[in-house]
Structures are given as C-alpha cells and as structure tokens.
Ligand binder design. Structure first.
Ligand code: SF4
Length: 100
C-alpha cells in the first residue's frame, strides 16, 4: 500500500506523503497493493457502501441527491438517466446546429 504514496514535491505540503498519480502506477505495484482494483460501477457501489458503513439499506435510502454518485449508487446506470443523457446530447447537437 505504501507504494501508492510519495513524498510531496510541493513546498506547501512540507514533505508529507501524498497519493501518487494512479496513471503512473505499474501493474506490479497494483497487484502488490492488495487493493480490490474495482473500476466503474463496482467502484461507485463500493464507495457508497463505504459511505454508509457497509449498509446496503442505507445506500438505497441515501438522500444526498446532489452527490455525483447518487444516481449510480445502486451499482447500475438507471435507464431513465441514460435516456435523459441521450436526449440532452441530441438537444445540444441541435442547439449547436442552430448556432451555425
Ligand atoms: S450517493 Fe450517497 S451513499 Fe453514495 S457516496 Fe454519495 S452520499 Fe454517500
């Protein structure tokens, strides 16, 4: 786990440890970290469970609708949200065409 940290190169941090840029962590370092290596929806779901002390029931009842993870907290992209995003994208494209 320590391999994922580094001494801060920023003076304002006074040499304290900070997280490394994950884009530069090697496969070997990831494997040695012992972390679950979750991505996407699984990572979001795990974060929400962590936020709610492991209680799936509390994740389901979360009222923090302004949290960016809220729509995805059940570990799946809601169909209505996907459709709304597509409509929004189509509207943006139409608006851009109208501006030309
Ligand atoms: S959506 Fe709710 S449970 Fe998930 S991280 Fe945000 S506040 Fe926590």
């Amino acid at each position: 786990m320590k391999a994922l940290l580094q001494s801060s190169p920023f003076d304002s941090d006074g040499g304290n440890l900070i997280g490394r840029d994950p884009r530069h962590v090697t496969a070997e370092e990831w494997e040695a970290s012992g972390l679950p290596l979750l991505i996407g929806m699984r990572a979001i779901r795990a974060k929400c469970l962590d936020c709610c002390s492991g209680s799936a029931a509390e994740v389901r009842k979360c009222t923090s609708v302004r949290c960016p993870l809220w729509p995805l907290r059940m570990g799946a992209q809601p169909k209505g949200m996907a459709a709304a995003r597509q409509n929004h994208g189509a509207k943006q494209a139409t608006d851009l065409e109208a501006e030309r």
